[in-house]
Design a protein around this ligand. Structure first.
Ligand SMILES: Cc1ncc(COP(=O)(O)O)c(C=O)c1O
Length: 407
């Protein structure tokens, strides 16, 4: 059992007290987006109430306050991911934009005709399509490393897929369908031995597992604020300083320049080089509030609580007749995909919604993975630290009802 005071933590998330269709909300769609604590909501409101101005541009007091808040947010996020320096943190819209930035800028620099980019079969479309676009443009090849039937990505399979032409390996830290925790540190070591850079899609890891980019040794790490209890519209790209310094801009305009003339323009140093235009200042300070909230909790306790819920849910789901769990890798966290014999995943999700249980159904932006699993889609329950065993029991009891209804 976990040592988290979950009841007290839940009180800090106003939406968790909501009712849906007359029943208490059971929110199990955390892989899609997480709920926000009052501290984040208040911080965003305070920013607009007391600090709102454009950043890095004016000398007046509000502009200084906004700039301080924005740069403080960068330092907070850098500490959370254990980046060596705040300037290794670029604020972006989310994981999708972070990967697009790396594919366009770093990929444009290093991936040429005949080169290879390596992804795994379990990647989200956001970690596939930007590489397809890059490879099509460069005349390079996108290669795919498979997984076991249980949903385990083995470092040895990655090693086998690496070649002298592999320039970039881009891998999810945690799968948003299978919950598998991938052996990122081993993959980084193997890729570096072959001279390839590694980008980690951390969308499903940040806020669930401790993330230390220096310990992982990765070249880039991408995460979304809204999946780690922060606002939507803000995300993080960590990039090693030596990479960011060598990379050309991704977008251009105000804020990312040194000086501009019609004869030529020089660019600002990173991270500003990659933050063209007015950034999402409110989102950044809100994300920093989410990080401060998370830092109050021992990450090992979050991990232990979610692992306990995951094991409890997996065992309970095993008692539902006709239910098959999809994704049973040895190292996994609380993302539970399943199929219920004779019932379409969307019908499962719709019936659960009627009694207040929010889960997700579909391909989860992982169509190549669905092809590998020979499934059109799955139903998916995904856990955060504020979920309880009672909620899991409500969810599983409801599922048994769905199964009986359709039988
Ligand atoms: C593993 C993974 N990667 C990338 C993304 C894309 O994140 P965002 O839509 O926040 O950019 C998601 C979102 O579900 C995801 O689960």
């Amino acid at each position: 059992m976990s040592r988290l005071d979950v009841a007290a933590l839940r009180e800090e998330f106003p939406i968790l007290a909501a009712e849906v269709h007359g029943a208490p909300l059971v929110y199990l769609d955390n892989a899609a987006t997480t709920q926000k604590p009052q501290a984040v909501i208040d911080r965003v409101a305070r920013y607009y109430t007391e600090e709102n101005a454009n950043v890095h541009r004016a000398v007046h007091a509000l502009a200084e306050r906004a700039t301080d808040a924005y740069e403080h947010a960068r330092a907070t996020v850098a500490r959370f991911f254990n980046a060596a320096h705040p300037h290794e943190i670029v604020f972006v819209r989310g994981t999708t934009e972070a990967i697009n930035l790396v594919a366009d800028s770093f990929g444009g620099l290093h991936v040429h005709a005949g080169d290879e980019v390596l992804v795994s079969v379990m990647e989200h479309h956001s970690n596939i399509v930007p590489w397809q676009v890059l490879c099509a443009r460069a005349g390079a090849n996108l290669r795919v490393v498979s997984m076991t039937d249980e949903g385990e990505l083995r470092a040895s399979d990655v090693a086998d897929a690496l070649t002298a032409r592999t320039r970039i390996v881009s891998i999810a830290h945690v799968s948003n369908v299978l919950g598998s925790v991938n052996p990122v540190r081993d993959i980084v070591r193997l890729a570096h031995e072959r001279g390839a850079a590694v980008i980690v899609d951390g969308a499903q890891a940040a806020g669930h597992l401790p993330v230390d980019v220096q310990a992982l040794g990765c070249d880039f790490y991408a995460a979304s604020g809204h999946k780690m209890f922060g606002p939507t519209g803000i995300g993080v790209l960590y990039g090693r300083a030596e990479h960011l310094e060598s990379m050309p801009p991704y977008q251009s305009g105000g804020g990312m320049v040194g000086s501009v003339s019609f004869e030529g323009t020089s660019y600002a140093p990173p991270p500003y080089r990659f933050e063209a235009g007015t950034p999402d200042v409110a989102g950044a300070v809100g994300l920093a509030a989410a990080v401060a909230f998370l830092e109050r909790i021992d990450p090992a306790e979050i991990e232990a609580h979610e692992a306990d819920l995951c094991a409890h849910a997996a065992a309970a789901l095993g008692t539902v007749r006709g239910l098959r769990l999809v994704g049973t890798a040895p190292r996994r966290i609380g993302v539970l995909s399943f199929v219920l014999e004779g019932v379409h995943p969307h019908d499962v999700a719709t019936m659960l919604d009627r009694i207040g249980v929010a889960i997700r159904a579909g391909h989860h932006c992982c169509q190549p993975l669905m092809d590998r699993l020979a499934l059109p889609g799955t139903a998916r329950a995904s856990i955060a630290f504020y979920n309880t065993r009672e909620e899991i029991d409500t969810f599983v009891a409801a599922l048994a009802g769905v199964r009986e209804f359709f039988a």
